[in-house]
Structures are given as structure tokens and as C-alpha cells.
Write a protein that binds this ligand. Structure first.
Ligand SMILES: Cc1ncc(COP(=O)(O)O)c(C=O)c1O
Length: 418
């Protein structure tokens, strides 16, 4: 029995009842972006109907809008176990990371080093390479273990050196689902005198995040991957944010939230977090043990993410059981069930010598929404030797997916393999 009542949850997501040619469709494209519950859609339209205004005015709509913005910062702080002033909104993770890397770059000297990984999304690599080109900074890569697509910690130890100033690492791979030992990486990086930024974009819809426990200096995520609209989020430890020069306009109060924000998107982000808190209230009680250090919404959110993780990984086991019976399938990432704690429910595979694009198109025609190519995990696809031949098909499980959808997807992959 899943920890969550999935049919009840599904009622809240209007897109899940889309049909194509009279048939239901199945969303296995969560790693590219999740669907949103009604309350997110309602919050965004409510913003326009009742509080649409710029920041800082002495009149009703501006005051309402500012109150909503304050509540949204508090909600993200609850989700991440941070303080509200450590939460910054922006266009998306990529844009925020370019801003962060530029600010960190302004503190670096020629020959200083930044460490990135072969497992990461380009959004956590490219900004540092752009910085290297601008400022004569050196970018060093942590390699992977090819057999299970995990980070090679010996390789990390080898690139970490006296000139390392910053480490940029993902919490989980958006291609093969690996969860990285980020707490350990942060400990080693701090011991070497480097700061650390964590890309939590892929992990955020799948499990609890605690920036205090991780002790990361910065963490980035995107609300559209966790049931909200297209809004990016940067967490920074207060001291870490304050220590950096920020590229801001003279009158702006906030050093990181540049220009006018996507207020309606932020209203939707707040509603997405309220949705998750409600999942915790309804289905999280059996996970509350061990979370006694949290109270109120922080507790509900942590419990929600534990309930979601259990629900998703159970379904993921079923998906993997099915996919492994498909002839000529090749699967990348951790497959050992005893090591499921090290992965998210996201899998990349190929079917014989069929092009991943053709397989995804075939699945799409049958109503199964999957992804193909490199999904911007470009360095990983290059490292695996898949970049020149179309990458791999990617299937991601979200807590709103059902066992029936998984079984039908596996049947469809089997038919395509024939
Ligand atoms: C792991 C990971 N990091 C970063 C990004 C980029 O996020 P954004 O689209 O908000 O720029 C993505 C988007 O797919 C991602 O999956």
C-alpha cells in the first residue's frame, strides 16, 4: 500500500485527466517539470484578481502583494529549513546560478579553482566554465563510476586542492537518478577551505531537504519541478550571501532579487508548498518519528517528503522490475534494490539499437510522456559515450503516478522492443 492515497492526490491535478484520442495520458516527464495542483492555478489567478502590484507601494494591492511575497519566502524557508531572509527568488535555477557564479567569481584570483562534476546538469557546470573563461579560473571535474553512475569520491579527493575555492555539486542526477553523498562532499570541501553550492533541482520533488543539516553555503532549486510554476530559488547562508558582492541596482533593497520578480509565479510557489504541507498533514504522521526537532509547517513538509519518497520508490521498484524483463534493454544508474536509498525514481535506458528519440516518440504516440536525448546532463552523456547517438530515454516517477501507468508503460516499451 502506498503511503499516499494516490487517487485522491490525482484529483487535485487537472492536467492528469488530459486525454489524447480518447485515451488517458501518463506523465513520466516529471524530471523535466511536474504538473500543478488546482490550488497553484487558483493562487496565480487570485494574485492577478486581488493583489497585482509592484513592490513597496502604500496602497492595498501593493501591501497585499508584499504580504504574499513575505509569506512565500517563509514557505520556502520551511521547505528547506532555512530563514526567510536566506531565500531569494529569480527567473530559474540557471539564471540564479549565473548570478551566483559571477558574484563568487568576483572574489576569486587568477589560478583559483572551482570543482564541478561529470554527473551534473549543465546549469551547474556551464556558469563555472563561463567564469573560468572570463577570469582565468580553473575548473576541475569530478569523474563518475561508469558501472553505477555514481560520483567517484577518489576523483573528488584528487581534484580538491589548496587552490579550490568553490565546489558545485548536484544533490541528485536528473538523468540517472543518483543521489550524491553531498553532506560528505560539503564536509571535505569546507575542510579544504572551499564554499559549496548544491543543485537540488532534481531532488526537490522526491525527498526532504535540510540546508542546515547539509551545511551547504548555497542551494538552488526550481518550483516547476516540485508542483509549482516556473520560478527559481536560491538559498544562501546569511553570512555567505553577505560576504559576496552582488550585482544590483542602487535603489534596490534586496541584493539578490534583481528587478521586478514574477509575483504571480511566487504566489503559485507558495501554494505548491502549501500543497506539500497538506500532503504531510494527511499522509505523513507515520514518518513524524525522528522529526521531533521540527514543528508546524516544517514538520508537515518533512513528513510529506518522506511519504512521497516511500510512495515513489515503491513504484519505482515495480518500474525497474518491469523494464528489466524487456529484451535488449540497457539501463543506466543504480539497480541494486538494497541501494535504493542512493537514488531517485528516475531512470535512463535504451532499447537495443533503437534511437532514444524514436522510442520516446513511439511512447508519446501511445500517450506515455517521457524524455530523450541528454536533458542537459551533457557531460554525463559524453562520459557514457551516448552523446553522439541520441543519449537515452528518461522515465521519471512522481508521487501522482500509478501502478497501472507503470505496468502499461512497461508493456509499451516491450512492444517497441519487439
Ligand atoms: C538537475 C537540474 N539542474 C538544473 C536545472 C535547470 O533548472 P532551470 O530550468 O530552473 O534553469 C535542471 C532542469 O532541468 C535540472 O534538472
Amino acid at each position: 500500500m502506498p503511503a499516499i492515497d494516490v487517487p485522491a492526490i490525482r484529483h487535485q491535478f487537472p492536467a492528469l485527466s488530459i486525454t489524447e484520442a480518447g485515451r488517458p495520458v501518463a506523465f513520466f516527464d516529471g524530471p523535466g517539470g511536474t504538473q500543478v495542483p488546482n490550488r497553484v492555478i487558483d493562487a496565480m489567478t487570485r494574485y492577478f484578481r486581488t493583489m497585482n502590484a509592484n513592490h513597496g507601494g502604500h496602497f492595498l494591492t501593493s501591501e497585499r502583494s508584499d504580504a504574499m511575497l513575505a509569506r512565500a519566502h517563509e514557505a520556502v524557508a520551511d521547505l528547506l529549513n532555512a530563514d526567510a531572509d536566506e531565500v531569494k527568488f529569480g527567473a530559474n535555477m540557471t539564471t540564479l546560478n549565473f548570478a551566483l557564479s559571477r558574484s563568487i567569481g568576483a572574489t576569486l584570483a587568477t589560478g583559483d579553482e572551482v570543482v564541478v562534476t561529470r554527473l551534473d546538469h549543465e546549469a551547474n557546470v556551464g556558469p563555472w566554465q563561463a567564469l573560468a573563461a572570463d577570469r582565468d579560473v580553473v575548473v576541475r571535474f569530478v569523474d563518475i563510476r561508469e558501472d553505477d553512475c555514481t560520483l567517484d569520491l577518489d576523483s573528488f579527493a584528487a581534484v580538491l586542492g589548496p587552490r579550490t575555492r568553490h565546489v558545485a555539486v548536484g544533490l541528485a542526477s536528473n538523468a540517472v537518478g543518483t543521489i550524491n553523498p553531498v553532506a560528505e562532499i560539503i564536509r571535505l570541501a569546507h575542510a579544504a577551505g572551499a564554499t559549496v553550492s548544491v543543485d537540488a533541482v532534481h531532488y526537490a520533488p522526491h525527498g526532504p531537504i535540510d540546508v542546515r543539516e547539509l551545511d551547504c553555503d548555497f542551494l538552488l532549486c526550481s518550483a516547476y519541478k516540485f508542483f509549482g510554476p516556473h520560478v527559481g530559488i536560491l538559498y544562501g547562508k546569511r553570512v555567505a550571501l553577505d560576504a559576496l558582492p552582488a550585482y544590483k541596482l542602487r535603489p534596490a533593497e534586496d541584493r539578490w532579487e534583481t528587478g521586478t520578480q514574477d509575483h504571480e509565479g511566487i504566489a503559485g510557489t507558495l501554494a505548491a508548498i502549501e500543497y506539500l504541507a497538506e500532503v504531510g498533514e494527511r499522509y505523513g504522521s507515520s514518518f513524524a518519528e525522528g522529526l521531533s526537532r521540527f514543528g508546524g509547517r516544517r514538520l508537515s513538509l518533512k513528513a510529506a517528503m518522506h511519504a512521497i519518497r516511500e510512495t515513489e520508490m515503491e513504484l519505482f521498484g515495480r518500474l525497474l522490475d518491469g523494464l528489466e524483463t524487456v529484451p535488449a534493454i540497457r539501463i543506466w544508474g543504480i539497480r541494486d534494490r538494497a541501494r535504493f536509498g542512493e537514488r531517485c525514481p528516475t531512470v535512463a535506458f535504451r532499447v537495443g539499437d533503437r534511437s532514444p528519440g524514436r522510442v520516446a516518440a513511439d511512447l508519446g504516440r501511445r500517450g506515455f510522456f517521457t524524455w530523450h536525448g541528454d536533458y542537459y546532463a551533457t557531460g554525463l552523456m559524453e562520459r557514457l559515450g551516448l552523446a553522439d547517438s541520441g543519449g537515452a530515454v528518461r522515465v521519471g516517477i512522481i508521487h501522482y503516478n500509478t501502478a497501472a501507468e507503470v505496468d502499461e508503460l512497461v508493456d509499451a516499451v516491450r512492444e517497441i522492443a519487439r
